[in-house]
Design a protein around this ligand. Sequence first.
Ligand SMILES: [Mg+2]
Length: 357
Amino acid sequence: MTNEKIILHLDMDSFYASVEVRDNPALSGLPVVVGADPMKGSGRGVVSTCSYEARAYGIHSAMPIYQAYHLCPHAVFIRPNMESYARVSSMIMQILKGIAGEIEQVSIDEAYLDLTSDLSYKLAAEHATGIKQAIRDKVGLTCSIGIAPSRIYAKMASEQQKPDGLTIIHPSDLLSFLAPLPVGSIPGIGKKSAQILMNAQIQTIGDISRCDIQALQDVFGTHAVRLFQIACGLDREGLRETGKRKSLSYEHTFLKDSVSSEEILGFMHEMVLSLCRELEERNIYSRTIGIRIRYTGFISRTRSVTLMQPTREVRIIEQAIDGLFAEMWDMTPVRLIGVRLSGLVHPDPVQRSLSDF
Ligand SMILES: [Mg+2]
């Protein structure tokens, strides 16, 4: 028995690519890249996910698709099928909900579970093995799991042994786990911050824990204290409240500014599919549909519309977005787009929409 929190982080392995391989076994063992059309090396857009075979060629997510094409022209390039991924995602989340009382879904293929009521790390580990087995049996995919005394350590743990990994960091092993890891393995520390730390001879998380906090404050400002706590093994953050969300949103940054309304709306419609799936999972509806467009130079504009009746119908939300976009876009190159659903409400038994029956 322990007083420590037991937090589990689950991350599906190369999720989109794995779903594609599962649905088309002929792709098994091949480098598979899910993302934009490479157009024989002149395509725009980025890699969403790629298989581990593709990673061996140096391809990774968020890489420009033309670059991926040049690294491995014979890879299998597939356009994302968000509807299929969202369907698989909701099966996985259903499995998790059946296993643990408290769950926080953070993306289409990632979730945190609070297993503190398991009372021991040993039992939590058995639980994790069961989850991996259930996902393999019922969904046909592998995942990686980390278990640790806070959400950030659990996330770092799940990264350790991908794919199909299970990494358990008992509180008494936390410091020895953290000390040798490179600073960039802390979620939220980007390449730039990592470089600044490296330049100051701070290479590992252990180095951060021995650091003068003043020096950290110069680089990280108000985040320095939290970073220091994380490095010293003192963080104990559990699941974050998800039940009282005021809005749901997605954003996408174009690698190269886009002037194609087809491309921009294509991304927005993909976001709508994922958002509608989330509305369904939470059994809520949205009344206010908003979009955000950021142009080069960080000029951001938002616009929203409030509907007569709350909805979670893909078609209705897409129509609203198409209308807002047509009103506000003047062909200026677009850097970032976002879709935001707010005015979230639980179903009114009188005003149910047709798709509920
Ligand atoms: Mg993943």
